[in-house]
Ligand binder design. Structure first.
Ligand code: SF4
Ligand code: FE
Length: 481
């Protein structure tokens, strides 16, 4: 089996016996809980798209290991075309779901660890790459979702991992046992963690020799003993608990993050992909960051498409579509959105082959793309809210339309242009609200700042990667120095 259907995927997560807690209660089935079902549906869409005639070619790829058709979310990119197709696929998914569909962090992590295990074997004579390839085969053959578990809790940010008062503030190896190791720590903001079959754990920062025990990378199934997921809250998530869910804005999908605790988890030898090679951690983090920063120029652009569409439709519904300032704002939104996409595509176009044969994006352009992502979705959101008007945050519930006393007032006074009914206008406003203020804003806005590294991390990389000496020499030549 190389391709699961969306329904098979949901059934596989339903069966998973992992420890998930939502709002203080244990959740037995994340695909059936009103708060966590939309995120599971968003991932299911990555399977569904791979089944559709029109999107199949974008959402599937040929495995370089087996030659079989696999879902592109499990594919190791082996050309610039592969890198470009990933970005295009993510934009398409953003358009279809208007949220974080969670599967790409795992994909970017697969590509990173594939390249890094190869490099480690070359440098240290280890046997990580073969182990990782076995794991990858398991992921591809069974079409699994992998969560990238990278960000540690970090405790006191001014101290390195081994200098922390509580040594567990970064995940580390606590014991060596027959046939494997035991690890302890917690990873934060893990996208799609509760909807994943496998967790890939990697270090969050460059480490020194004193932090050797923190230089661990491995994969464990989500239902491994000692692993606990604590689900992240999102603004207005409890609207999903309301009987008719009228005001959720995005009726079908959502993103999710979770805190993932590893409380003395045993990792068998064959699932360990780094153990003490601290000198490789900096490169690993940079490679993952580049892959994932470019990904944001796909997914966020797709969400931007939805927001631009909703802003256009609400302007039409309210009779402002032809106002010159509205046309100007829409053009500005498109300009910003396409600029994000351009950066990601350029990073793929200037991609390169790593020693393993897997391709990686140009790191400077990927960081430039992501730094733009930390800013432009906010401006696009501001413009969407400007076009939408204040009713975006003051209107009654959609349910009020059905009330025998007040319904008639809503239908009479919340219409837009004469042929637009209140329901259409209110639904569009709720969607804009979702993306710019509600559950969708978690991924479209705040994740755009901090996901795949906060803005300062991109500035540091941009400064490091830019060739200022060459730039100076061009200047010297032209002014006769
Ligand atoms: Fe994928 Fe974007 Fe979510 Fe990252 S933020 S997992 S790239 S959808
Ligand atoms: Fe992310």
């Amino acid at each position: 089996m190389a391709l699961m259907t969306g329904d098979n995927y949901l059934a596989s997560i339903e069966k998973l016996d992992h420890q998930v807690f939502i709002q203080g209660k244990k959740c037995l089935d994340v695909t059936d809980h009103p708060i966590s079902r939309p995120p599971a549906m968003a991932i299911a869409e990555t399977y569904f798209q791979a089944e559709q005639a029109e999107t199949k070619s974008l959402f599937t790829a040929q495995s370089h290991l087996s030659g079989e058709t696999i879902n592109r979310f499990t594919h190791i990119q082996h050309s610039k075309e592969d890198l470009v197709k990933k970005i295009l696929m993510l934009r398409e998914m953003g358009r279809k779901t208007a949220c974080c569909f969670q599967r790409c962090a795992g994909l970017d992590c697969l590509n990173t660890v594939y390249a890094m295990t190869y490099d480690m074997d070359q440098s240290f004579g280890t046997e990580y790459h073969g182990r990782f390839v076995d794991f990858l085969k398991h992921v591809q053959v069974n079409d699994l979702v992998t969560a990238a578990c990278m960000t540690d809790t970090k405790g006191d940010r001014s101290l390195s991992p081994s200098k922390q008062k509580d040594k567990d503030q970064y995940l580390h190896m606590v014991e060596e046992r027959q046939g494997g190791i035991v690890v302890r720590g917690a990873k934060l903001h893990i996208t799609g963690a509760v909807n994943s079959h496998e967790l890939i754990v990697v270090p969050t920062r460059a480490l020194k020799e004193e932090d050797k025990d923190y230089a661990v990378a491995f994969a464990v199934p989500a239902d491994t003993e000692g692993v606990t997921f604590i689900y992240g809250r999102q603004p207005s998530d409890t609207r999903r608990l309301e009987e008719r869910r009228s005001d959720v804005g995005n009726l079908f999908y959502g993103g999710c993050e979770a805190m993932v605790v590893f409380d003395d988890v045993f990792v068998p030898q064959e699932r360990i992909f780094m153990r003490g090679e601290y000198s490789m951690t900096g490169r690993l983090v940079e490679l993952f960051a580049a892959h994932h920063r470019a990904s944001y120029g796909g997914c966020k652009v797709g969400v931007g498409d939805v927001l631009i569409g909703a802003a256009t439709a609400i302007a039409e519904a309210q009779g402002t579509r032809n106002a010159s300032h509205v046309k100007d704002k829409l053009a500005e939104m498109i300009h910003l959105n396409e600029t994000l996409h351009a950066g990601a595509l350029a990073s793929a176009g200037k991609g390169y082959a790593t020693a393993s044969g897997a391709y990686a994006v140009d790191p400077l352009l990927a960081n430039v793309c992501k730094l733009n992502v930390t800013r432009f979705p906010f401006e696009i959101s501001r413009l969407a809210q400007d076009i939408a008007g204040g009713l975006l945050v003051t209107m009654p519930s959609l349910d009020d339309q059905d009330n025998p006393v007040v319904g008639k007032y809503i239908h009479k006074y919340l219409v837009g242009k004469t042929d637009v009914d209140s329901d259409k206008r209110m639904r569009l406003l709720r969607l804009i609200e979702n993306i710019t203020l509600g559950t969708g804003a978690v991924s479209y806005l705040t994740e755009s700042i901090h996901g795949a590294g906060s803005p300062q991390a991109q500035k540091i990389m941009i400064a490091r990667l830019a060739d200022l000496e060459s730039a100076k020499s061009y200047a010297f030549k032209l002014c006769g120095i």
